[in-house]
Design a protein around this ligand. Structure first.
Ligand SMILES: [Zn+2]
Length: 156
C-alpha cells in the first residue's frame, strides 16, 4: 500500500493576488513575533470563510514548551473569536534575521494536529500555502500534512 501527498510548487511570478494578500499579512505578523531564543520569526495568516484574515506569530517563553507556534496562535484565535466559521486557507512563512523568507516553513507536528482538528471541526478541509523567496509549496487539503493523524474517530 502507498499513500501519496498531492501538492504543487508555484513560482512567485504565478502567485495569485489572494496568496500575496495572505503573504503580506503573515509577514507583518512575523515581524511582531516574540522569538528572543530562536530568532526564527514565523507568521501565519488564516483566511476564514467570512473573508476575515486572522494572523498569528510565534510566541516564545524562557520555559520553552510554554511558547506556541504562529499557526496555533492564529488558529486558536479563530476558534475563540469565530467558532462557527470555517478556515479557507492558511499561509505560513518564516523570516530570517536578514528579513528574507526562509525556505518553505512547514508546520511542526503539533500544528499539523491542530490543522487537522480545525478542518474536522468544520468538516471543511483547507488550503495550506508555504511560501519561500522563489516559490510556494501549496497543498489543497490540510489533511495531507498529517497522514494517519489522530482524530475523534480514534477515541470511539
Ligand atoms: Zn508548530
Amino acid at each position: 500500500m502507498k499513500k501519496e501527498i498531492p501538492y504543487q510548487r508555484i513560482k512567485r511570478a504565478d502567485f495569485t493576488s489572494g496568496m500575496l494578500e495572505l503573504e503580506q499579512a503573515a509577514r507583518k505578523a512575523a515581524e511582531k513575533a516574540y522569538a528572543p531564543y530562536s530568532n526564527f520569526k514565523v507568521g501565519a495568516a488564516v483566511r476564514l470563510a467570512n473573508g476575515q484574515i486572522v494572523t498569528g506569530s510565534n510566541q516564545e517563553n524562557a520555559a520553552y514548551p510554554s511558547g506556541i507556534c504562529a499557526e496555533r496562535t492564529a488558529l486558536f484565535y479563530c476558534g475563540a473569536q469565530y467558532p462557527e466559521v470555517a478556515v479557507e486557507e492558511i499561509l505560513v512563512l518564516a523570516i530570517n534575521n536578514k528579513g528574507k523568507l526562509a525556505a518553505s516553513a512547514a508546520p511542526c507536528g503539533a500544528c499539523r494536529q491542530v490543522l487537522l482538528e480545525t478542518s474536522d471541526r468544520h468538516q471543511h478541509p483547507f488550503r495550506v500555502i508555504l511560501p519561500g523567496e522563489e516559490e510556494a509549496i501549496v497543498l489543497e487539503d490540510n489533511r495531507d500534512l498529517l497522514p494517519f493523524g489522530f482524530d475523534a474517530s480514534n477515541m470511539q
